[in-house]
Design a protein around this ligand. Sequence first.
Ligand code: NDP
Length: 400
Amino acid sequence: MANLLIIGAGGVGSVVAHKCAQAAKQTGVFEKITLAARTMSRCGNVAASVRARTGVTLETARVDADNVAELASLIRSSGAEIVCNVALPYQDLHVMDACLAAGAHYLDTANYEPPDAAKFEYKWQWAYADRFREAGLTALLGSGFDPGVTNVFAAWVMKHKLDEVHVLDIIDCNGGDHGKPFATNFNPEINIREVTARGRYWERGEWVETDPLAFSMDYDFPGGIGRKKCFLLYHEELESLVLHLKGLRRARFWMTFSENYLNHLKVLGNVGMTGIAPVRFQGQDIVPVQFLAALLPDPASLGPLTKGKTCIGNRMAGLKNGGKKCVHIYNVCDHEACYAEVGSQAISYTTGVPAMIGAKLVAEGLWRRPGVWNMEQYDPDPFMDALSVYGLPWQCADVE
Ligand code: NDP
């Protein structure tokens, strides 16, 4: 039985809260769950939905996670042993500092990103390894879907399906439609920073840089989704997977985008609306992408509108028993089914379920080891079992 603090009550935080309450009810793994963010009304709305759907009562609290002393004091007063950080990547280091100060385990779903540079890297969080080890605390990095499940998929394939992996392609398809002219399915600022950044992939021991969205391929997705165009992006799990999957020759990440999304993004980029450098406007500094994010639909509001499915997974090619073998391991998730279950669309759902499972495995001691860890560094089997139980069933198919 563990006492859990969830930070962030947005699209993902809401799913984490619902799924942790379900797990608490079914298994008793969480004895107390506190949900905190800066805006109390959002925490209250999520808590009301959780109570209505599961009968579980959450505690709620106001906290600015960038204020380490304030957050450490909340960790102590709530008695939290595990902190699940589903605020924004900017908060990661502050939340890790607060966990060290108050003696709590840590997990998140996105790696640290400095607010003033569109650049995400694990180096800042990996630098906490000694401090977490000495404190006897676990930090689990990237327990969402991608990163997260994609890392666990890779570890499971290496444990059960391949002796050597040579090529890894992580392919993320959102085949859903929300009917809005332009919206992002998770935090708009983080999403646009990621998509407009230069692409990067790993080949023969080196990173190769590309212009943003310069490479694309068509992929035929299972689950009734069909053929979609996917674009090469740099994504954070590549950084840890190329270190931990020995023998890898090429690793790439692909994501589907509709023509409509790309056209909007191009125009917005051309007029400067996706920039992250402050612009002086009527005596105030305004960050264009933050202003744009304020105009766009809240991703949490897309839940009732989104129809269709997501398919996220890994295509991995290598050797088994001396012969060539290629597998596609994936989950297919239905937006409307997610909304019916927890009131959220599938992007928030596919992120929030793995965050709950990560917290559960830390709570149960199955994935608890002092230090800072990426997901593929743990035994994938208990996580894979839990995915099927908690709403993200997966399949692994042999492919050409
Ligand atoms: P939202 O913008 O919907 O929600 C963010 C939440 O964080 C809000 O409740 C916000 O509330 C809270 N927050 C922001 N700043 C602070 C702060 N300083 N202190 C306390 N709370 C804060 O984002 P999403 O739910 O869409 O995304 C959450 C995270 O999940 C992001 O880091 C995103 O990158 C990650 N993600 C990971 C994916 C994966 O597969 N690994 C996929 C999708 C998202 P308030 O402003 O009131 O404080």
